[in-house]
Design a protein around this ligand. Structure first.
Ligand code: UDP
Length: 695
């Protein structure tokens, strides 16, 4: 109503100019007839808070309690301490019902199937999800290779990549009503016969041409990475020709080779073997060896070729160096650290990699703005750990409510999502938090802080989910005995540092700053989980926060600042940005002269600028000044305390050689990261963010 417009809300003053522009262009509701705005930013936050708090009624909460929860939600949103992913902000309380950003859809080797999992069923599912602002991931490795037979028509198969092109065109056509461009992840596992074509699908002449709505990733296994290191050959397989499909076959090779030696895997093998009773992989009583498995595959005619693992890897590296694609997904790391591993094997992730999901699962994300938790105490900046813990608690509750508030476009998605109730609490504003604390991003101190923050957030998110289980019950697929506490397999900090081999020690200041984390008792938490259950099968995830970080006015995700001044190309136009923290520092040193700013803006960085104060040069480190090793160390730190994935771009300078990409990919595997992507500056014609203003 009109009256609301007269109520100017001061809280809107927290929003930056860019935030307002983004909100105006895509988030604030308009009257569909007049196209005039019918809400302000605060009204949007209120809409989200009230809609999501309303879910509590389903759990028998009284109106007073619902109102109290609404106020808590509203508080964290309006103070920009926590924001849910874009679809939740856009669609809460509106006619569109999808509130989640992440989906994984299965693609079986058939046009359509009775249970809706064929190629064209997947295409349809994708269109519905994109229409409302969700992103989709697919594993295409079940599809028979190019040139293979099609029995029903006696024709020739056109292969996975040709089908991917249809998904790509459909994504272009749907364009999500202009609100959000559809994003996809296309995965192919490294054993597939068509893997070489897949690796080259977006590079060379096809760069900037083919599959532009896809990120592509090769699903690799430990056995493959080891074969790369040893220079061994690996088999390529036609999935149609094995009695069990190719990826299960691959899985068996992996298992049989003993790379997954943990007890839980053994247990799983026995269970699977039991279920498959009489399958070729059951050799009376024990698991067959690799050689035996290969002999069988050979007999079945499923092995099309043997290739040198090293050569295949080199092709992947060359592609990524040339165009950013393909990335890698480490399938073993993903499945080893999946709390509900007993529900099946994960084959794919959502578009940006932070959510490895089972077929048909969806996940909603939300991110904490770390910058907001830097406070002054006794004249020094420090971290408000208590405030952070409280925000985590409300964040997890809000995300859990999204699962119930969601209106699912397909029955399969609803079933899979409600069975595991995955949510992904992540962060944004790490770089700005570090600057405010005076810690350079590329320092051992910063990596240690990342490690400790991740641990703190994971602990409190798990705790919040256990509390919710007391109140509302565990997720339906919860099995107290088999649920995996993935924090038990977090690599120690020193181990990460020694793998990468960087110099330096954690300072006593930063040790002291994060002391509170050392006192967390995870064993006690486990005891509570066993006693009360847990509401969500996964609780954390580090998303890119591409848009919500603009709304919050902070740096995105766990990335360093991209540039101190840059041009940002987004759907709604071009923005020239000067980092406000940087500007504040310039003022402090009385350097806020337009000429100085213009000069800095030419390169976007000051690391090499001898006229800038030393402190500033140390603290204002940008993405291309940070070495790949430090990029990886941050990602690895956040991945250790995390039951899903960590989205991160390893940004490289344009002059980096392919060997750097090779080093990054190998290190990522050793650091236990679940997926890795590089982006070499200027390697694509269309870049969202450009360095410096003069381009
Ligand atoms: N996503 C999408 N289209 C986009 C951007 C994002 O479908 O244009 C999905 C995708 O699954 C991605 C997830 O949203 O992994 C989270 O991205 P981000 O954190 O950047 O989204 P935000 O909430 O900031 O808009």
């Amino acid at each position: 109503g009109k009256g609301k417009w007269n109520k100017f809300d001061e809280k809107d003053l927290l929003l930056t100019y860019n935030a307002l522009k983004v909100l105006e262009a895509r988030y604030l509701l308009k009257d569909p007839n007049t196209l005039r705005y019918i809400e302000t930013p605060q009204m949007m936050f209120r809409r989200v808070a009230s809609y999501l708090a309303g879910v509590e009624r389903q759990y028998g909460k009284g109106e007073e309690e619902v109102k109290r929860i609404e106020e808590e939600f509203y508080k964290v949103l309006s103070q920009l301490k926590f924001l849910p992913n874009t679809p939740t902000l856009m669609n809460s309380g509106t006619r569109l019902g999808i509130l989640s950003a992440c989906f994984v859809i299965p693609v079986r080797d058939s046009m359509v199937t009775p249970n809706g999992e064929g190629i064209y069923d997947a295409l349809r599912a994708m269109a519905v999800v994109h229409q409302q602002g969700g992103g989709t991931g697919f594993d295409f490795s079940e599809l028979r290779p190019k040139g293979d037979v099609v029995a029903s028509t006696a024709g020739v198969a056109s292969g996975p990549i040709s089908f991917m092109r249809i998904f790509d065109v459909s994504t272009d056509v749907v364009k999500q009503g202009g609100k959000r461009r559809g994003a996809n992840m296309g995965v192919m596992h490294v054993w597939h016969s068509d893997i070489e074509d897949f690796i080259k699908a977006k590079t060379g002449q096809l760069k900037d041409v083919q599959l532009q709505n896809f990120n592509i990733s090769v699903g690799v296994y430990d056995y493959f990475m080891q074969a790369v290191e040893r220079g061994e050959t690996v088999p390529l397989i036609n999935p149609r020709k094995t009695r069990i499909n190719g990826k299960d076959y691959e899985y068996y090779i992996v298992k049989a080779r003993g790379y997954m030696e943990e007890e839980w895997i053994q247990e799983e093998i026995l269970r699977e073997l039991e279920e498959r009773g009489g399958s070729v992989y059951l050799d009376e009583s024990v698991i067959i060896t690799v050689d035996e498995a290969l002999a069988i595959a050979e007999k079945e005619g499923a092995i099309t070729r043997w290739v040198n693992a090293r050569q295949l890897f080199d092709e992947i590296v060359k592609g990524a160096w040339d165009s950013g694609d393909p990335g890698l997904l480490f399938i073993d790391a993903i499945n080893r650290r999946h709390p509900v591993w007993y529900l099946g094997k994960i084959q794919a992730t959502n578009p940006c990699g932070e959510e490895p999901l089972l077929s048909w699962e969806s996940c909603n994300l939300g991110s904490i703005n770390l910058e907001k938790f830097v406070v002054e105490r006794e004249g020094r900046p420090t971290i408000d750990w208590e405030g952070l813990a409280e925000t985590i608690r409300y964040g997890v509750r809000l995300l859990d409510n999204v699962i119930d508030a969601n209106r699912y476009p397909l029955k399969q998605i609803e079933e899979a999502t409600k069975k595991t109730r995955k949510v992904g609490l992540g962060v944004m504003g790490l770089a700005r938090m570090l600057i405010k604390l005076g810690i350079p991003y590329d320092s051992v101190d910063a990596v240690y802080l990342s490690y400790q923050l991740a641990k703190f957030i994971y602990y409190h998110a798990l705790k919040a989910s256990i509390e919710l289980a007391k109140e509302k019950g565990s997720f339906p697929a919860y099995d107290s005995r088999r649920y995996k506490d993935v924090w038990e397999s977090a690599m120690p900090f020193d181990h990460l540092i020694s793998i990468v081999g960087v110099e330096g020690k954690v300072s006593s200041d930063v040790k002291k700053l994060t002391e509170v984390v050392d006192r967390l008792d995870f064993d006690q938490l486990k005891a509570e989980r066993i006693k009360h259950g847990i509401r969500n099968s996964t609780v954390v995830s580090v998303a890119p926060t591409g848009t919500i970080s603009i709304i919050a006015g902070t740096s995105s995700s766990i990335e360093p600042l991209f540039a101190l001044a840059f041009v940002r190309n987004v759907a709604v136009g071009k923005f020239i940005e000067i980092d406000p923290l940087f500007l504040a520092y310039l003022r402090k040193y009385e350097l806020d002269d337009p000429e100085v700013v213009k000069k800095v803006a030419e390169t976007g960085m000051i690391g090499e600028n001898p006229f800038m104060p030393k402190t500033m040069r140390r603290v204002f480190r940008t993405a291309h000044e940070v070495s790949p090793e430090f990029h990886l160390l941050h990602q690895a730190s956040w991945q250790q305390w995390n039951d899903s994935g960590t989205s991160k771009t390893i940004n490289l300078r344009s002059e980096e050689p392919p060997e750097t990409v090779e080093r990054v990919y190998l290190l990522a595997w050793k650091l236990g990261i679940k997926g890795v992507t590089v982006y070499r500056d200027k390697s694509k014609s269309q870049q969202v963010i450009y360095f410096g203003i003069k381009k």
